[in-house]
Design a protein around this ligand. Sequence first.
Ligand code: FAD
Length: 473
Amino acid sequence: MATDFDVVILGGGTGGYVAAIRAAQLGKKVAVVEKGKLGGTCLHKGCIPSKALLRSAEVYATAKKAEEFGVEVKAVTLNFAKMQERKQGIVNQLHMGVQSLMKKGKIQLFEGTGRILGPSIFSPMPGTVSVEFNDGTENEILIPQNVVIATGSRPRTLPGLEVDGVQVITSDEALEMESLPDSIIIVGGGVIGIEWASMLHDLGVEVTVVEYADRIVPTEDEDISKEAERVLKKKGITVVTSAKVLPETLQKGEKVIISAEVKGTQKSFSADRILVSVGRQANVEGIGLENTSIKIDAGYIQTNEYYQTEESHIYAIGDVIGGLQLAHVASHEGITAVEHLAGEKPHRINYDNVSKCIYSSPEMASVGLTEAQAKEKGFTVKIGKFPFKAIGKALVYGQSDGFVKIVADQKTDDILGVHMIGPHVTDMISEAGLARVLNATPWELSQTIHPHPSLSEIFGEAALSVEGKAIHF
Ligand code: FAD
């Protein structure tokens, strides 16, 4: 059977399903082909389940120190199965929400694997999509005007450190663990590795993070990395940087043992499990790219600023094109792509204004350039920094580690970047994002009168501190 569509979206993750909804709003006849579950990585293997578990870990850790707050809790015990059940309940609820949004938009869902065909009897151009259904029913042919590739990514692994799902795992398997290990080695101290390190530590697991770079969360501002390492070590997490893991030394037995070359010497680590979190790999295989002239570079599909590939009627968005592999980026790229194909004039995304968050304890969040990036770009910078320990609400919360750092341009006074580590910073970074979008100066930020007591007061103080005028520190 062959059916005509205006737009066929390959992959119903955060990028794909949002693109589908926007295309339907623009009056398009839309199909989504999804081989797994609507919502993709973010909903089922990423953002949502990991944050649900992080929240449970935070509640557990807070309950254990309830006495500090003058609350006596007799015995605090962990029910990991219940934690997993709660996580799944949230995922299921949101999954139902996405399914009903599809129905509301009259978007047709094809539950199977999609593959792009070359020129054929159906169309002289590449872009017809063949669907192999999950339930084995006969393949279907979709003939669209436009295709949006949104096939996402999967965990990257290290050769020799192959995932066995039991002792060597990635975040995919970690989310499905039925019981907690006593100890774990986390290979990779990036965003995902640090979130897992923080969560598992809070749940009582002995955690060792082994990171190749000379600092954890190496994409963040250097001061953030330093503070994160200091706080995580203070909590009891072992952090080893400048460490090249040697997969060939892997030994599996009752424990897993692996060595790393750390600053010229070989060190051995032993734990119940190894979690490999060394980045993500784009899903570009098996989707028929060889039938098109679409280009791939370093494993990612290449597009222009409106997400058109070499085949101008075929777009690609989200993790599969690389760049900032974040859910909110994927969905905004999806909206931009379908608005463009519908003949609208969408704004191009300014990636320097995208907020990036790490939901560990302490949380981290940033927008714009780091101090080093700003200097590399030739800016003469001025810095404002203010610590949470001088913010009343942070003391009330019992979470006073961390700070806010503002990087501003000496010449124009524009805010170039804002970097935060501390309580609830992932919920507060949008104020800095707005400041970037509006090209605000630190003075303008300081003129926003922040309520007292609130954690957000730190913005006003950090903005004042750019000119050495902070009040409370
Ligand atoms: P995906 O969500 O990966 O969706 C792609 C979809 O395409 C999948 O459902 C897949 O089944 C489907 N598909 C693939 N090939 C085919 C095919 N041939 N036919 C049909 N369907 C196909 N980002 C954040 O912004 N915040 C966070 O807190 C956050 N936390 C994360 C935590 C973890 C542990 C992980 C792994 C990721 C996290 N991310 C987070 C990243 C975020 O999940 C991704 O950036 C986002 O899901 C990308 O969306 P996407 O639509 O490009 O791809």
